[in-house]
Design a protein around this ligand. Structure first.
Ligand code: CO8
Length: 261
């Protein structure tokens, strides 16, 4: 059984072939820095290539957050090329999750903001704890979602609700997320992992080849070419004063004052 070692992730596989990947930066609410992204990419490859792994559960460490977004400290110094490049890199890692031939279930145990919501949306199924909060607050930082959120959110909740969420940067509670189809199930904190194992258990009883083809077929229903445009626009925003102000204000723990420049 695989039990790979990472700096920012925990990776364990149980006897039923269900691997659990836990993003483990609880002091930063599991924010996605470059190290987490690389290790996540590695962990998914490991799970996909290990014949003993039949399904993956992805969650965040601690009680408070699944993932509170991309690491704003790293974002704050990006120029246009770096912004576009990082968005494209994150998109490709999240696409690898979406296209993984084994079911990937997100257990969203608290904040799923920005890149965290985008990561949850790249998974095949989402189980939320009752305290989970979903949101794409990027516009409050002078940015837009850059890890596929502008593409996947409308597919999951419809264009109208997606526009509202992305343009207000507001948050959805777990029960609202369930109502809008953003999550499959809501469970109490102590029960969400059990629910995920139960669901994964039903999936892994089925033919592995059929499971992988089913994932590919369902994914084919929502192919869009909007991802490149999202990454390009994200890069453009990295050149703006509003982006500098938004990210600096977060790091200085104050409200931003946007000038529209
Ligand atoms: N990045 C970096 N650090 C973070 C992040 C983050 N996204 N979120 C939280 N932290 C840190 C805080 O700075 C704090 O660190 P420290 O103790 O050193 O000051 C620690 O985690 C705990 O956070 P708080 O003290 O803020 O905890 P609160 O309970 O008061 O607040 C919140 C919780 C409301 C979740 C708050 O932390 C928050 O608003 N976080 C930011 C949420 C956000 O804006 N997320 C979106 C980020 S942008 C993004 O995800 C873009 C994705 C696309 C990228 C595309 C290409 C690059």
């Amino acid at each position: 059984m695989t039990s790979a070692t990472f700096e920012t992730l925990l990776f364990d596989t149980n006897d039923d072939g269900i691997a659990t990947i836990t993003i483990n930066r609880p002091d930063k609410l599991n924010a996605l820095n470059s190290k987490v992204l690389s290790e996540l990419s590695e962990a998914i490859k490991t799970a996909e290539s290990d014949r003993d792994v039949k399904a993956v559960i992805l969650t965040g460490s601690g009680e408070k957050a699944f993932v509170a977004g991309a690491d704003i400290k790293e974002l704050s110094s990006l120029n246009r090329e770096q912004g576009e490049e990082l968005a494209a890199r994150g998109q490709s890692i999240f696409s690898a999750i979406e296209n993984c031939g084994k079911p990937v279930i997100a257990v969203v145990n608290g904040y799923a903001l920005g890149g965290g919501a985008e990561l949850a949306m790249a998974c095949h199924v989402r189980i939320a704890t009752s305290n989970a909060l979903f949101g794409l607050p990027e516009v409050s930082l002078g940015l837009i979602p850059g890890y596929g959120g502008t593409q996947r959110l409308p597919q999951l909740v419809g264009k109208s609700k997606a526009m509202e969420m992305i343009l207000t940067g507001g948050q959805l509670k777990a029960d609202e997320a369930l109502r809008f189809g953003l999550v499959n199930l809501v469970a109490e904190s102590g029960e969400a992992m059990d629910e995920a194992h139960k669901m994964a258990g039903k999936m892994v009883k089925n033919g592995p080849v059929a499971i992988s083809k089913a994932i590919a077929a369902v994914n084919a229903s929502s192919k869009t070419d909007g991802f490149a445009r999202e990454a390009m626009l994200f890069g453009e925003l990295c050149t703006t004063e509003d982006f500098k102000e938004g990210t600096t204000a977060f790091l200085e723990k104050r409200k931003p004052s946007f000038k529209g420049e």
